[in-house]
Write a protein that binds this ligand. Structure first.
Ligand code: IMP
Ligand code: MG
Length: 185
């Protein structure tokens, strides 16, 4: 029995999204972005920490010039949104006049992306698009639309490939749903 088995949630027995499907979808998204921004340079703004795995895999496959920036935004404690979004750093250089692609791990209520978007727009970029690995449209309370979506999922809480539950599980290669442990068992 590992330590997670004694807690309230455990990983699903099978991945919700196996790594080979993630890799395949990342190739497709990179191809689409490279095509749509042909002749331009883009600034990929990855939101720390969750989107780092996705963002670095994605930009390696985009065949146009890409500048990588990071932004730190926190809105979550445990599995429910706490309301406030803190932007604690980045991007290093203003995105004024640049073509920006905001790279998210998961678009849930949309609160984080809305806050980051407001910040980026205040720097007057030439354009801004949102690219999210996962989209949970059923959870949306902020009016935010992703231009590029890896996978649309339900309202389950997922971990792996950068996504965490209280900082754990980011290092899993596949994406898993967390399931409630039935303590009668
Ligand atoms: P939003 O601000 O409600 O859209 O939430 C976005 C942020 O919440 C993401 O960048 C994640 O850090 C976190 N989050 C939302 N859903 C999940 C999930 O299923 N697993 C892990 N983190 C999540
Ligand atoms: Mg998180």
């Amino acid at each position: 029995m590992n330590r997670f088995d004694r807690e309230a949630f455990k990983l699903g027995a099978q991945p919700l999204i196996p790594r080979n499907q993630i890799d395949q979808r990342v190739v497709e998204l990179a191809g689409q972005i490279g095509h749509e921004y042909r002749g331009l340079e883009v600034v990929a703004v990855a939101i720390l920490k969750g989107s780092v795995f996705f963002a670095t895999d994605l930009i390696q496959l985009i065949e146009i010039p890409v500048v990588l920036e990071f932004i730190r935004a926190k809105s979550y404690a445990g599995m429910s949104s706490t309301g406030a979004v803190q932007l604690t750093f980045g991007p290093e250089r203003p995105v004024t006049g640049r073509h920006v692609i905001l790279v998210e791990d998961v678009l849930d209520t949309g609160r984080t992306s809305a806050a980051v978007l407001d910040h980026l727009l205040s720097e007057r970029p030439e354009s801004v698009a949102i690219c999210t690995l996962l989209d949970k449209p059923s959870q949306r309370t902020f009016e935010i639309h992703a231009d590029y979506v890896g996978f649309t999922i339900g309202d389950e809480f997922v971990v792996g490939y950068g996504l965490d539950y209280e900082e754990r599980f980011r290092n899993l290669r596949d994406i898993y749903a967390l399931e409630a442990v039935d303590d009668r068992a």
